[in-house]
Design a protein around this ligand. Structure first.
Ligand SMILES: Nc1ncnc2c1ncn2[C@@H]1O[C@H](COP(=O)(O)OP(=O)(O)O)[C@@H](O)[C@H]1O
Ligand SMILES: Cc1cn([C@H]2C[C@H](O)[C@@H](COP(=O)(O)O)O2)c(=O)[nH]c1=O
Length: 221
């Protein structure tokens, strides 16, 4: 039976890479997929991975109806064996319902990839609907790590290097590492829950080590 599968995880845990691998393995066997993405860092109409691979994709704008689009493709004589939707957290809940309809009414596999929660650790509406509707939710096997070495489960946003918990839900950007030079205006860092709650990024942890007189943790939190 075809399924709606939600591959979820933090930023930078390999979701887009897996999407490209699923696409590669299926197309190598002569299957044809429709690939969608939204707000990919590489630009409109792209699905890109940090490993350097990139492929063309249909940009899933607000007004795209997935069911109508797939049916249109089939009606025009196109072949569709499966559907891939990357950056699915940015999709509207109704678009997730349309993906479920593609599975149920067109008998096609749908693989959706996205982060579950935003920088405030709140569900994205698209991810919430995926958790509600997916046949399976798969957590990526390659764990992203917090600076402390624990499994990263949360996404932090930094503005000018400082972690923030207020702002627009959607700001396209990338994770920034210690070797990446001065912080960009808006960056992201994956953290474990403990350090997300304490708002301790790698930069603040480093600063605390350099200033041992400063107590690192507010015990009331
Ligand atoms: N230089 C590198 N060498 C090996 N693996 C890398 C390198 N750069 C990135 N990666 C891998 O790629 C992953 C990010 O892949 P990507 O598909 O872009 O993530 P996501 O879509 O989840 O944000 C990293 O977690 C890491 O495993
Ligand atoms: C946490 C968070 C992330 N985003 C953006 C930043 C990136 O453009 C994407 C995630 O892409 P990835 O391939 O999973 O790294 O989402 C956002 O807009 N708002 C957030 O809170």
């Amino acid at each position: 039976m075809p399924e709606l599968v939600f591959f979820s995880g933090t930023m930078d845990c390999g979701k887009s890479t897996l999407a490209l691998q699923i696409e590669h393995n299926r197309s190598a066997r002569g299957l044809q997929g429709l690939i969608y993405s939204r707000n990919d860092r590489a630009g409109r109409g792209k699905l890109s991975s940090r490993l350097g691979l990139v492929t063309e994709a249909v940009e899933a704008a607000d007004d795209l109806d997935f069911y109508v689009h797939v049916v249109g493709h089939l009606s025009a004589g196109g072949r569709v064996d499966y559907v891939i939707a990357d950056e699915a957290q940015f999709l509207a809940p109704e678009q997730i319902d349309q993906l479920a309809r593609v599975v149920d009414d067109l008998d096609l596999e749908v693989f959706a990839f996205g982060i579950t929660t935003d920088f405030r650790s709140k569900l994205f509406p698209g991810s919430q609907r995926l958790v509600e509707l997916a046949d399976r939710v798969e957590v990526l096997q390659v764990e992203a790590l917090c600076w402390c070495g624990a499994r990263a489960t949360h996404n932090a946003r930094t503005v000018d290097g400082r972690m923030v918990v207020e702002g627009a839900q959607v700001v396209v950007g990338d994770v920034v590492g210690e070797a990446d030079g001065p912080p960009p205006e808006v960056g992201y860092e994956v953290l474990c829950r403990r350090h997300h709650r304490r708002r301790q990024t790698s930069a603040t942890a480093r600063a605390a080590v350099l200033s041992p007189d400063v107590l690192p943790v507010d015990a009331s939190k």
